[in-house]
Design a protein around this ligand. Sequence first.
Ligand SMILES: [Zn+2]
Length: 244
Amino acid sequence: MELTCSEAIVLASMDFRESDRIVTLFTLEHGKVRGVAKGAKRSARRFGPALEPFARIRVEMVVREGLSSVRGADVVTLYPGIRGDLYAIGLAGYAVELTDRYLPDGAPAPRLYRLLTAYLERLDAGETAASDRRFFEANFLNILGYRISLDQCASCGVDIPPEGSRRVGGGGAVLCAGCGRHGITLGAEAAALLGRCLETGRFGTVHFSPPALREAGALLDSAIAVHLTRPLNSIAFLKQIEPD
Ligand SMILES: [Zn+2]
């Protein structure tokens, strides 16, 4: 079995047996990999703090189907700016849990890797704006093939002009006014800003107003939940610590 070296973000980590840890890593080269780090609870020398959630690391491992073997890891960054801010911790925890739950095992996803690391860097710099979270989510869904269609009704297929009325349907669908009579309204501003999120790859370039944030948030929450079999643990935590 071949020892490989890869860059990775730690998505999840848990104690296993007396002295081991099981980690879920999003590696740049191999996509999502689950592995056992033998002796990680005892050997601070080999692993140090490198297996903490959302740490960015260089990892040495033998990749196998099922559980890989993690042989060693060095910290690239622990994102210290995140770890000193409870709300940033909540958002980073949410981003890695969402990635863990959506990403299939073993498929490289370099664009998603870049999006996740860009978001963590943003949080590390003290930027915890809700607009950035929605920017991350819109691009996250897009990269994974779940792009939200803003210009066409998901039910009847009619084209919706930029200034047209939209409603949020079930499962994150955007409906025309005729098909979605009772859903939350998605205003022209929110629709335009969501479109902008998908045009630019840079955080900090799209700012939602409070009403547009509520509307876009309702659409994205619903679009994300439809692909999950159970709610994310990090969402409950985020709700508790969210600033008003
Ligand atoms: Zn329609």
